[in-house]
Design a protein around this ligand. Structure first.
Ligand SMILES: Cc1cc2nc3c(=O)[nH]c(=O)nc-3n(C[C@H](O)[C@H](O)[C@H](O)COP(=O)(O)OP(=O)(O)OC[C@H]3O[C@@H](n4cnc5c(N)ncnc54)[C@H](O)[C@@H]3O)c2cc1C
Length: 270
């Protein structure tokens, strides 16, 4: 299906982008376009203006922080992340998971910021960011603010990035000896997740974030032991959907399986 008519702006700075977004209720940021353009083609959204972030090179940077953490610009693509030595050194899980997303075309265009701002519950990166405790930096006309990992995801396709605002970067803390893990059951080899889980394990304790089973990633903090993890997921207030790929009950079962696998994966790396 062809796109409806839409305005297009290509700002040269973050300030200009925020001005354009704040000045028009119907304006939306355009990052890699891998979600928003398809959503527009399906007529599920019809922004008046797309504010293309392609020229904002500052938002593409990937760098270590002074304390050994990692800063990802919102416009860093999956392909950039996969090949980054800084990501490999500081938080290799981000590269490992980015490499599992769809196909090479999507990985060349899709961005870390777009992935978490769209907050499709089946996306790969939201649970990883929650488990790892990533902080998000958001810029608007009133200045810059930081939002914690647990407060960023608000609902299906909804995040703490409000109208007229822009996510500029994601900051992952230093691991401090913690290990990260991820596991998913997907529809086919490179397909969408049916259920996924990310875990960060430190000192015998696991932060486990479950994806695809609720509107936002569900965070559990639990002893990093197989039985304890399965039990915690079994007792968690999750509300998985039922569809052609699996019933709610089957997804609930898979959630415990992938959570235990993610924790085992994280323990290997800690
Ligand atoms: C065939 C196909 C298969 C896919 N499979 C998967 C998959 O298995 N797993 C997965 O995780 N993803 C998958 N995706 C989605 C893909 O990862 C997208 O790239 C991602 O969801 C959105 O990133 P984007 O850079 O393309 O963002 P866009 O599509 O440009 O934007 C997405 C949304 O985020 C907003 N936005 C983008 N950047 C910012 C910003 N900096 N600040 C504020 N708002 C912003 C936009 O306004 C828009 O609402 C798939 C996509 C395709 C086409």
């Amino acid at each position: 299906m062809l796109l409806s008519e839409v305005g297009y702006a290509r700002p040269a700075s973050v300030d200009e982008a925020v001005r354009l977004l704040a000045g028009n209720d119907g304006a939306r940021p355009l990052a890699g376009g891998q979600t928003i353009v398809n959503v527009m083609k399906a007529r599920a959204a019809s922004p008046d203006v797309l504010v293309d972030l392609a020229d904002l090179d500052d938002l593409r940077s990937i760098a270590r922080t002074g304390d050994g953490g990692l800063e990802l610009g919102a416009m860093a693509t999956y392909s950039q992340v996969i090949t980054s030595a800084d990501v490999k050194d500081a938080r290799p899980i981000i590269a490992d998971v980015a490499a599992q997303i769809a196909d090479v075309q999507v990985r060349n265009r899709g961005t870390v910021g777009g992935n978490i701002c769209s907050n499709d519950p089946t996306n790969h990166l939201p649970p990883v960011m929650v488990a790892a405790g990533a902080t998000k930096t958001i810029v608007g006309s009133d200045g810059e603010r930081e939002v914690s990992a647990d407060e960023f995801f608000l609902g299906v396709y909804m995040t703490a990035v409000g109208p007229g605002e822009l996510l500029t970067k994601i900051t992952l803390p230093p691991t401090g000896g913690a290990g990260d893990g991820f596991a998913a059951i997907t529809i086919g080899a490179d397909g969408t997740c049916i259920v996924n889980a990310a875990a960060t394990v430190s000192g015998g304790e696991a932060r486990v974030a479950l994806g695809c089973v609720s509107a936002t990633p569900v965070l559990l903090t639990v002893a990093a032991e197989d039985e304890a993890v399965r039990e915690a997921v079994g007792g968690a207030a999750i509300d998985p959907p039922s569809d052609v790929h699996g019933s709610a009950e089957y997804r609930r079962h898979l959630a415990a399986v992938v959570a235990a696998r993610a924790v085992a994966d994280a323990k290997e790396g800690s």
